[in-house]
Design a protein around this ligand. Structure first.
Ligand code: ADP
Ligand code: MG
Length: 440
C-alpha cells in the first residue's frame, strides 16, 4: 500500500504564541492525504480551513504535532529548499485571484517560471499553451482588470500550473464568482485532478462542491470533526467501514460481499416492500424487482408478475397489493433520481441554486409520502437536514435525532414514530440513488 503524500499528526497551529492574544486555530488535527486525491476542507468561516491549507503549503509551522510531506518535515528544510518546495511542488489559487495588475495576463502566468532555466520565448510558449487550455488564450495580451472575474480565475489556474506542481491548493477559488464562472473553474480544477492526476486540496464552504472530492474533512472550531468519503468516486485511500454516507447499502455489501450494487439495491427495495412473505416469494420478488429497477420490464409487466400464480413463476399477490407495491417502487425509483442529481458533479448549471431546489424537491417527496403538514420553519429546517444527510454532513442517527429536536435548534419537533418513518424512507431513497462502487 502506498504511503500518504501528506500526513498531519496531532497538528496544532497557534497564532500569537506566548502573547496575551494567543489563539489555537487548529487543534490535534489528523489527516492522511494520498497522491491523486481531491480533498475538500469544508466548514464555516473561522473554522480553520485556510490555516490548515497554509500550514500544508509551508507558511505556518506547527505549534504542536507534525506535518510531513512525502515523509519529510518541510519546516526543517533550509529556507532555499523550502522556497523550491513551494515553487515546484505546490501550486496555489486564491479567492481574490492575486494577479499583478500592471502585467499582461501572459506575463502573470509566465512569472513563476522566471527562476527556471528556460529562455523567455520558451516560457511564453508554455504560458500561452496553458492559457489556451483554460479557455483564456485569446486575452493573453490584456491586463487582468480588463477580464471578467471568471476569466481572471482561469488565468490564476493557468499560473498555478505553470511549474507543473504535484499538489494544487485552492482557497475558496469560486468565492467571488457567479454560478456560470464557478462551474467553469470547478470543471478545470476537476480536470487537473482526473486528467493530470494532480492532488487537489480545496477550501470551500459550498455544499454543491462536495461531489467533486474523493473525501471531505469537516472542520469546526479548529477541530476536524468528521471525514467523509464520497461514494460516487473510486477511492484512493483505503476506505474504513462506516466512513461513507451509504449506511444501508454498506451494511448489505458486508452481508453480501459478492453481490453487485444493483443486487443490493434490489434487496433494499424488497425489504421495504415486504413484510409477510415467504422466502420463496421473496426470492421471486427479488428477481422481478431487479428487472423492474433495471428497466427490463415496465410497471404493467411488474404488476402482472406479482399477481401471477406461483406455478407460473409469479408471486401470487392480491391485485390491490400488487398495484400498491408497484406504485411505491415506481415512486421510489423516480424520487431517487433527485438524490443522484444532487450528488452529481455536473448536469446542473446554476450550481448552488439548483442544489437547493433539489433538496426542496426531496423534501416534497418525503412530505408527499407521509402527508405531514409543516410550518415554514420546520420546512426550512427539513431542507437543510436533507442537504446535510445527502452530502454526508450528518449520518442516519443525527438525521433522526434532528427530526425530533426542537425547531429553534434546527430540528422539526416531530414525534418518534414520525421521525422513524421519515428516516427509514429517506435512507431507502439514498440506497437507490447513491453508489457504492468505491468498494471495487
Ligand atoms: P477559515 O479559513 O475556516 O475561515 P481561518 O483558518 O482563516 O478560518 O481562521 C481560523 C481562526 O484563526 C479564526 O478564528 C481567525 O480569526 C484566526 N486567525 C486566522 N489568521 C490569524 C492570524 N494571523 N492571527 C490571529 N488569528 C488568526
Ligand atoms: Mg479561509
Amino acid at each position: 500500500m502506498a504511503k500518504p503524500l501528506i500526513t498531519c499528526r496531532d497538528l496544532s497551529i497557534i497564532y500569537n504564541k506566548g502573547k496575551s492574544n494567543e489563539f489555537r486555530a487548529l487543534q490535534n488535527v489528523n489527516t492522511d492525504i494520498y497522491e491523486g486525491e481531491y480533498i475538500i476542507l469544508f466548514g464555516a468561516s473561522g473554522s480553520g480551513k485556510s490555516t490548515l491549507m497554509y500550514s500544508i503549503q509551508g507558511s505556518l509551522p506547527p505549534g504542536d504535532g507534525t506535518l510531513l510531506i512525502r515523509g519529510d518535515d518541510i519546516y526543517s528544510y533550509p529556507p532555499s529548499e523550502r522556497v523550491y518546495f513551494q515553487r515546484y511542488v505546490m501550486g496555489i489559487i486564491f479567492q481574490s485571484f492575486n494577479l499583478i495588475g500592471s502585467l499582461s495576463v501572459l506575463d502573470n502566468v509566465a512569472l513563476p517560471m522566471i527562476f527556471c532555466d528556460a529562455d523567455k520565448a520558451t516560457r511564453n510558449r508554455r504560458a500561452q499553451s496553458l492559457l489556451d487550455r483554460f479557455g483564456v488564450g485569446h486575452v493573453s495580451h490584456k491586463i487582468p482588470s480588463m477580464l471578467s472575474g471568471g476569466q481572471q480565475q482561469r488565468v490564476s489556474v493557468a499560473r498555478s500550473m505553470v511549474n507543473d506542481p504535484k499538489i494544487l491548493l485552492a482557497d475558496e477559488p469560486t468565492g467571488n464568482l457567479d454560478s456560470v464562472s464557478t462551474q467553469q473553474v470547478m470543471d478545470k480544477i476537476d480536470e487537473i485532478n482526473t486528467f493530470d492526476r494532480r492532488t487537489i486540496i480545496m477550501v470551500s464552504h459550498n455544499a454543491a462542491h462536495l461531489s467533486y472530492a474523493h473525501r471531505v474533512y469537516y472542520l469546526k472550531d479548529g477541530f476536524v470533526v468528521r471525514e467523509v468519503v464520497n461514494p460516487q468516486r473510486k477511492q484512493i485511500k483505503p476506505v474504513r467501514e462506516g466512513e461513507t454516507i451509504v449506511t444501508e447499502l454498506e451494511q448489505l455489501a458486508r452481508l453480501f460481499p459478492y453481490d453487485s450494487v444493483d443486487t443490493l439495491r434490489v434487496k433494499s427495495m424488497v425489504n421495504f416492500l415486504t413484510q409477510d412473505y415467504t422466502f420463496s416469494q421473496i426470492n421471486r420478488l427479488e428477481r422481478t424487482v431487479g428487472h423492474f429497477i433495471k428497466g427490463k420490464i415496465d410497471t404493467d409487466a411488474f404488476i402482472k408478475t406479482l399477481i401471477l400464480p406461483t406455478e407460473q413463476g409469479g408471486i401470487e399477490m392480491p391485485e390491490a397489493t400488487a398495484k400498491k407495491m408497484a406504485k411505491q417502487a415506481d415512486l421510489m425509483i423516480h424520487q431517487a433520481d433527485d438524490i443522484r442529481r444532487f450528488r452529481a458533479k455536473k448536469d446542473n448549471t446554476g450550481v448552488f441554486f439548483s442544489q437547493h431546489k433539489l433538496a426542496e424537491r426531496l423534501k416534497d417527496h418525503l412530505l408527499g409520502v407521509y402527508r405531514i403538514k409543516l410550518s415554514k420553519d420546520q420546512d426550512t429546517n427539513l431542507v437543510e437536514l436533507i442537504a446535510d444527510r445527502v452530502t454526508g454532513v450528518s449520518d442516519e442517527l443525527e438525521f433522526n435525532n434532528r427530526l425530533m429536536a426542537g425547531i429553534r435548534s434546527r430540528g422539526l419537533a416531530l414525534s418518534e414514530g414520525e421521525a422513524d418513518e421519515i428516516t427509514r424512507y429517506f435512507e431507502k431513497l439514498i440506497a437507490q440513488g447513491v453508489d457504492v462502487s468505491y468498494k471495487s
